[in-house]
Design a protein around this ligand. Structure first.
Ligand code: CTP
Ligand code: MG
Length: 235
């Protein structure tokens, strides 16, 4: 009967290029972290919210401390996965469901959070928001010293781009992370999201519809696009 949301916000925002952590970058006068927390608050589905922040980042810590959600905050690690683990370590004992969310998807509509939680309440072990893919995607082979060449084209109508929040039955996700602790570096680095960890361990991962507004703000044009969406997606 208890849902926690972990917002990972400990990245440096190198590709955005503001010279400050991405979660601190303003969008219409509010930091990306605040935008993300606003929408989690509106979704109204979290008993506990954990913000994972860059180490020694007083400004973001102050933003977390002053937000009406009063998130608990912890320091993140060198990789996103390290930051997720830091967040998981702060979960209250007995947490039943956990959502892992990127602060970089600052405008994710509250409805997406609610749909992920509904799906977990209906019995899913893992659930991710997805959107159709617009580009044709090719698989390539990269042989040393040669130009990569195409080896196949997966059917586009079966492909989806993945967003966050990704939701999990908390004990299952904790067990999956536990199992992955002694994996070698190459295997650990191949895990690019939490759902993938569940897939590898043979757990079923369900999907719910994502949203255009849940785009990951990665580069400057993404920030411009997000700003243009704000009137239609107020907090
Ligand atoms: N993240 C994190 N800890 C890290 C790396 C990333 O908590 N060590 C978080 C980011 O804050 C972001 C999300 O994971 O909310 C997705 O990462 P990404 O978009 O790559 O953000 P950054 O790593 O900050 O950006 P860049 O890769 O351009 O430096
Ligand atoms: Mg990154």
């Amino acid at each position: 009967h208890q849902t926690a949301v972990i917002v990972v916000a400990a990245g440096s925002g190198t590709r955005l290029g503001y010279g400050i952590p991405k979660a601190l970058v303003p969008l219409a006068g509010r930091s990306l972290l605040e935008h993300a927390l606003d929408r989690i608050q509106l979704a109204g589905c979290a008993a506990q919210v954990i913000a994972v922040l860059p180490e020694d980042e007083a400004e973001l810590a102050a933003i977390a401390a002053n937000h009406p959600l009063r998130p608990h905050w912890v320091s993140g690690g060198a990789t996103r996965n390290d930051s997720v683990r830091a967040g998981l370590a702060a979960l209250e004992p007995g947490t039943e469901r956990v959502l892992i969310h990127d602060a970089a998807r600052a405008l994710t509509p509250p409805e997406v959070f609610r749909q992920v939680v509904s799906s977990l309440l209906a019995g899913a072990q893992a659930v991710i928001p997805v959107v159709p893919v617009v580009d044709t995607i090719k698989q390539v082979a990269t042989d040393p010293g040669r130009q990569p060449h195409v080896t196949g084209t997966p059917a586009r109508d079966l492909l989806r781009a993945v967003q966050t929040p990704q939701g999990f039955h908390a004990p299952t996700l904790l067990a999956a992370h536990q199992q992955a602790t002694d994996w070698d570096r190459a295997k650990a680095e191949a895990i690019t999201d939490d759902a993938m960890l569940m897939e590898i361990l043979g757990e079923r991962v369900d999907t719910v519809p994502g949203a255009a507004a849940a785009l990951k703000i990665t580069t400057k044009p993404d920030l411009v696009l997000a700003e243009s969406m704000l009137p239609a997606h107020p907090p």
